[in-house]
Design a protein around this ligand. Structure first.
Ligand code: SAM
Length: 490
């Protein structure tokens, strides 16, 4: 299928009513969350995918704003026919807490002082960032995310989501990331921060009505940018070529193309990013350590999420070895896990560039959806010996039309539907056994959703109880759960 754009998009804003208690125990009030969505949320609200951005990203992950010269930052994988297919999924991306693209951060106005927060903004963590995203997901009335995906710092949020809200994340796709910041990563962040705070214009964070610390922020970005590339990609892109000259200048001016490129990257960054946000977000990255309360294995103990871990072979900032650490821990905990190493010369930045490999790997992972990934775990059933009136009452209170009937030892013995109840009224039946269907068509948790859809079509039914190998009902799957997720549905 042709890969297309989501077209023109808009940023939305949500103001959660309650104050946020941060990991530091500080309270933050009057938060605004900037977010974008692409695609449609299905009736069951089971097709939502949360996209988490990296350090310098924002809510604008795909499509176009009116004044854009290029599309959203992950447009290569979000849109009709792409792996985050907006014909199937409802994609949500929000700007992180502490950011400067619409969500509350140090440049926002502190309602108490009527001035930008500056350094009065509290220290935040990846956990806080995820807690803010959770408020948005609650506001959208989504009980469970079909998937959470992100690269670099976005990957840290993915891991945090699966640890903080294990029941809310069906699938997690952390890319080019780590379960803790390494000394080398902290070291690079600290050099960047020093560059900013050493700029006299930084003025202890109070620069919003004055000259901005552009030199410091630009330097911070130049340093960081080097870590996002690989030596090989720098050779490919610049070699030792000179910039606008044929010979060395034998002075301290810019000689090489790579220098000029970094200057450009640094200075253009100052036009789109706030220096204080850079300080706060890099600090949140440094503090990230899922192992802090014991071993990583303990942290991942209760996780039910299915994982796809992706690393990049030329990434030396978040090397494959860090992804493999997560992989080993998850495998030891018997978690359903897939792993892929992207082959690329682009270094860390490859997660924003390698559209072909990302679309293929992520697309296969997401479309390999099993019944257990999407079934409803809210177990509503009725016992054999209960009355038809009880079944009718249960359908009304729970707003459902299909109820599995189970024996005293919890084994499935039948199914009763609203259609059967009307039959009971018309023909004056009294007992559940008289109206329920005993020959129940069921699904296994590991069946693909395609197989379940085929069964439902074949027998003209819209719901299958999901049973384990002892015959006990463990969930239910309906056409509403799966219709938008099926391959070739559009
Ligand atoms: N379209 C409706 C639906 O999805 O159930 C009605 C189809 S069919 C005429 C209704 C009958 O199918 C009812 O007698 C009901 O008990 C039965 N039925 C529903 N789900 C079933 C399942 N998973 N296995 C066997 N029979 C089922």
């Amino acid at each position: 299928m042709k890969r297309e754009s989501v077209g023109m998009v808009k940023t939305h804003y949500y103001k959660p009513p309650d104050a946020l208690i941060l990991e530091s125990q500080e309270k933050l009030e009057n938060i605004t969350i900037a977010y974008e969505t692409y695609g449609k949320l299905n009736k069951e609200k089971s097709n939502a995918i949360m996209v988490c951005h990296a350090l310098s990203g924002d809510a604008h992950a795909a499509g176009w704003h009116e004044d854009d010269r290029k599309p959203g930052w992950w447009d290569i994988i979000i849109g009709p026919g792409k792996c985050l297919d907006t014909e199937k999924y409802f994609i949500i991306c929000s700007n992180v807490l502490g950011g400067c693209k619409g969500t509350t951060g140090p440049a926002s106005i502190n309602k108490e002082t009527k001035e930008p927060y500056g350094l009065d903004f509290p220290i935040i963590t990846i956990k806080d960032i995820v807690n803010v995203q959770k408020q948005l997901i609650d506001h959208l009335d989504i009980k469970q995310l079909f998937a959470v995906i992100g690269g670099s710092m976005g990957g840290m949020q993915v891991l945090q989501w699966s640890v903080s809200y294990p029941d809310m994340v069906r699938m997690a796709i952390p890319i080019a990331t780590s379960s803790y910041s390494s000394p080398q990563q902290i070291a690079f962040n600290e050099v960047g921060r020093r560059a900013i705070v050493s700029d006299p214009s930084w003025n202890k964070g109070k620069y919003y009505n004055l000259k901005f610390p552009d030199n410091g922020l630009s330097l911070a970005r130049m340093i960081a940018h080097i870590t996002y590339l690989s030596n090989e990609s720098m050779y490919e892109k610049f070699g030792r070529r000179l910039q606008d000259k044929d010979e060395y200048g034998f002075d301290l001016s810019t000689d090489f193309q790579v220098e000029s490129y970094l200057h450009y990257q640094g200075s253009s960054f100052t036009k789109r990013f706030d220096a204080n946000s850079y300080l706060y977000i890099t600090k949140a990255i440094d503090y990230f350590d899922l192992t802090q309360n014991g071993s990583l294995a303990d942290v991942f103990k209760n996780i039910k999420t299915k994982f796809l871990i992706i690393s990049i072979d030329s990434d030396w900032l978040y090397p494959t070895s860090q992804s493999k650490e997560i992989l080993m821990t998850l495998s030891a905990n018997d978690i359903d896990i897939n792993y892929c190493e992207i082959k690329s010369s682009y270094g860390h930045d490859a997660f924003l560039i390698e559209g072909g490999q990302l679309n293929y790997t992520i697309g296969n992972f997401l479309s390999d959806t099993r019944v257990r990934d999407v079934m409803s775990h809210d177990l509503i059933w009725i016992r054999n010996d209960e009355s038809i009136a009880d079944a009718a009452q249960l359908m009304i209170t729970e707003k459902i039309t299909h109820i599995p009937v189970v024996s005293d030892d919890d084994r499935l013995t039948g199914i009763v539907t609203a259609w059967d109840i009307s039959k009971a009224v018309a023909l004056n039946f009294n007992k559940l056994e008289e109206i329920m269907t005993q020959d129940v068509i069921t699904a296994w948790p590991d069946d693909s959703i395609e197989i379940s859809a085929q069964k439902m079509r074949k027998y003209n039914i819209s719901s299958l109880p999901v049973v384990d190998d002892t015959g006990r009902v463990i969930g239910i799957i309906t056409t509403d759960h799966i219709s938008t997720l099926l391959a070739g549905n559009h």
